[in-house]
Design a protein around this ligand. Structure first.
Ligand code: T4K
Length: 389
């Protein structure tokens, strides 16, 4: 396996002796191999591999305890958790959301028969701007789908205030926010529902996986029915559901990874501090400021590049680092509204902060196992790129 130009499929074993060891943008946290084997051993006896088996039920209960919630359902991935939630709330019409996100957020809205309406983001923390939301509300608006981007939280109080005043549902895309807290309260506590992603590239992974968190048993039942073809009982189908169930092997991976999650987040914090120490004073670079009261999970390490001041464009820096085996990502570029399925119906100039950020942002390598020597290599290369002009 080789490393492609975007840093996918990093395989340090195959680099030539002359080229530096590649540093991928992220790397899955892996449990101890023997611990994973022990976790999956019972599956050989039971042969129960999916459809709400023992491991899925155990992981749900451990996640509820970790998140401080009572009603959640594990799903096959984060995307399907969001689609299932949007369908469970039986929303209609327009949904206000952010264009500064992974395509999944918007696709989930559209694939649920809803019309996305794009609000701008705040320039300081890149989350959806409550003032922009309020200006877009019409009689057709049924919900807000904000995104807790990069490992910080949206302005949850202002968003809830708007939702309460206009009678809207709030369903958070919390794909990046597992383990994030505000004043000791976990991300899952906000809004009517939240979706988490447990993809291999996330802070906590179940290989592929996700979690839908809701507030009461009735809604949870609906989510669980919808994720299992709408089956409501033996010989009964009550909803037009899909298949969004997590399998037992993914849940076993989650049970193992959950044991090291706190330490993983702690180590990510050390990596982030090392980046901050080296990069916070570099002219033309800006790191995402910590939000007061929010304990981040350090999911991503975004920097923005002001090319006039730094001397090199974001794309130039991205490509220059790749030549040195340092793989960064333009999460999130292009803006969702500039993708083919949306560009004819939407104009990204309507969300200028999001449009600007999308052209300036670069996410740097970030994972729990990233060595400080490698952080220094990344920082040396960035600083040298800026100084070379
Ligand atoms: N909402 C938001 C805001 C999201 O960011 C996402 C997903 C979703 C919703 C949907 O959640 P899921 O349905 O995915 O649960 C990745 C992920 O596939 C995606 O989960 C994630 N956001 C998105 C931001 O990034 P790629 O295509 O950029 O990843 P890829 O395959 O290029 O991998 C990047 C690096 O990660 C590789 O260079 C090495 C490392 N890696 C990758 C894989 C696949 C590993 O170490 N292990 C692995 O198994 O999309």
């Amino acid at each position: 396996m080789t490393l492609d130009a975007t840093g996918s499929h990093a395989d340090a074993d195959e680099h030539s002796n002359d080229s530096p060891v590649p540093i991928p943008v992220t790397r899955s946290s892996m449990p101890d191999f023997d611990a994973f084997v022990e976790e999956i051993r019972p599956l050989w006896d039971s042969r129960w591999l999916t459809n709400r088996g023992e491991k899925v039920r155990q992981l749900e209960s451990e996640l509820n305890a970790y998140l401080g919630v009572s009603h959640s359902a594990l799903t096959v991935n984060g995307h399907m958790a969001l689609e299932t939630l949007l369908q469970a709330f039986e929303l209609k019409g327009e949904v206000i959301t952010t264009p500064f996100t992974f395509a999944s957020t918007t696709h989930a809205i559209v694939r649920s028969g809803l019309t996305p309406v794009f609000a701008d983001i705040k320039p300081d923390d890149y989350t959806i701007d409550p003032a922009s939301i309020e200006a877009l509300i019409t009689p057709q608006t049924s919900a807000i789908v904000p995104v807790h981007i990069y490992g910080t939280l949206c302005d949850v109080d202002a968003i809830q205030d708007i939702a309460d005043r206009y009678g809207l549902k709030v369903i958070y895309d919390a794909a990046h926010a597992f383990g994030v807290e505000r004043d000791g309260v976990g991300a899952a506590a906000f809004g009517d529902a939240s979706m988490f992603s447990f993809h291999a590239t996330k802070v906590f992974n179940t290989i592929e996986g996700g979690l839908a968190v809701v507030r009461d048993q009735e809604m949870l039942n609906r989510v669980k029915h919808l994720q299992n073809f709408g089956i409501t009982g033996r010989d009964q189908v009550g909803y037009v559901g899909g298949n969004a169930k997590m399998n037992e092997f993914s849940a076993a991976m989650g049970l193992c990874n959950l044991r090291t999650l706190k330490d993983d987040i702690r180590r990510r914090g050390i990596v982030e501090s090392a980046y901050r120490e080296r990069l916070s004073q570099v002219a033309g670079l800006r790191l995402l400021n910590p939000v007061e009261g929010v304990a981040s999970n350090h999911a991503y390490l975004p920097v923005t590049i002001d090319s006039d001041e730094f001397g090199v464009t974001r794309d130039g820096l991205h490509d220059g680092l790749a030549i040195q085996g340092i793989y960064t990502r333009k999460y999130f570029y292009p803006l969702v509204t500039d993708f083919d399925p949306y560009r004819e119906d939407y104009d990204s100039s309507g969300t200028p902060n999001a449009a600007r950020l999308s052209n300036e942002v670069l996410t740097l390598p970030m994972y729990a196992d990233l060595q400080i020597a490698d952080v220094n290599r990344v920082c040396d290369a960035i600083i040298a790129a800026g100084a070379a002009v």
